[in-house]
Design a protein around this ligand. Structure first.
Ligand code: C5P
Length: 274
């Protein structure tokens, strides 16, 4: 039996460059894995048995862990039945890439269980077929991602940094947040320059999806302002939301309708999972 942590991520900066003919958006984003993790158990079995700790989130063909199993079978020709159990801790519709992390972790776990028929690079390439930000998790946890998000340039790990994640009760749909985006209103920052500044220790964090998410969910802007007023120096949307990450010397205010998580950056070594 294999049991693995399935991490989530934040985007330290996220630029949306344009809308592509295939309906996706061209991104340039600095991704960082965080230690808010689900857990996945995978074992050989006499028939497939896929279950989840959240009764309302079955592992059926819409679930990325299921898609990862199907993909692994298609690519390797290995069809032995398995039991997969997913313990969910990462909130859904939060922009934290929880489902993408589940897919990456399932691919990694299956590859371990069956004696590593694929390389890390194979798994990372295959992953792009089922989602845009799954390949990121095959970096060591810090990467500059472009294209739909699937072109991953691994970066040196950033210093350990503690953050808060604030997840309002209501989630946001990724396609809807991208669909509501007004490209013309975005600040034309050069992502390469942002990346260079980061490598020099000068953090300029931002998320081009924020305006769209705030328009769809105005209370998110109120959350952000409250966190800034409480002394946090960085408060930004995670991915397409609805969670916010915040960092700095602030003290966390009370929220009636939000979950709050204390997290840190997480990285992995090559040939080991998170
Ligand atoms: O690839 P993934 O399934 O994670 O994307 C979910 C949805 O998010 C897409 O169907 C698309 O609407 C939107 N998306 C996008 N541009 C990206 C990534 C995602 O428009 N680069």
């Amino acid at each position: 039996m294999i049991e693995l942590a399935s991490p989530s991520k934040i985007n330290l900066f996220l630029r949306v460059l344009n809308r592509r003919p295939d309906g996706y958006h061209e991104l340039a984003s600095l991704f960082q894995a965080i230690d808010l993790c689900d857990r996945i158990q995978i074992r050989l079995s006499d028939k497939d048995h896929l279950t989840c700790s959240l009764a309302h989130l079955p592992i059926d063909q819409t679930n990325l862990a299921y898609k990862a199993l199907t993909l692994f079978r298609k690519k390797t020709g290995i069809h032995e039945p398995v039991e997969v159990y997913l313990e969910k801790n990462i909130p859904i519709q939060a922009g934290l890439g929880g489902g993408s992390g589940n897919a990456a972790t399932t691919l990694w776990g299956l590859n371990e269980l069956f004696g590593r028929p694929a390389t890390e690079k194979d798994l990372s390439c295959w992953a792009a077929e089922i989602g845009s930000d799954i390949s990121f998790f095959f970096s060591q946890g810090t990467a500059y991602c472009t294209g739909r998000g699937e072109h991953v340039q691994p970066l040196t790990c950033l210093p350990s940094t503690a953050l808060w994640i604030v997840k309002p009760g209501v989630g946001l749909s990724t396609p809807k947040v991208f669909g509501n985006l007004r490209l013309g209103s975005l600040q034309q920052r050069c992502p390469q320059s942002c990346l260079k500044e980061f490598t020099l220790g000068r953090w300029e964090c931002f998320n081009d999806l924020e305006e769209s998410a705030f328009q769809m969910m105005p209370e998110l802007q109120v959350y952000k302002q409250k966190l800034l007023d409480s002394g946090f120096s960085q408060v930004h949307l995670c991915g397409s939301g609805s969670s916010l990450w915040c960092q700095g010397e602030g003290s966390l205010p009370k929220f009636n309708d939000a979950e709050v998580f204390r997290v840190n950056f997480i990285n992995r070594s090559s040939n080991a999972w998170y």
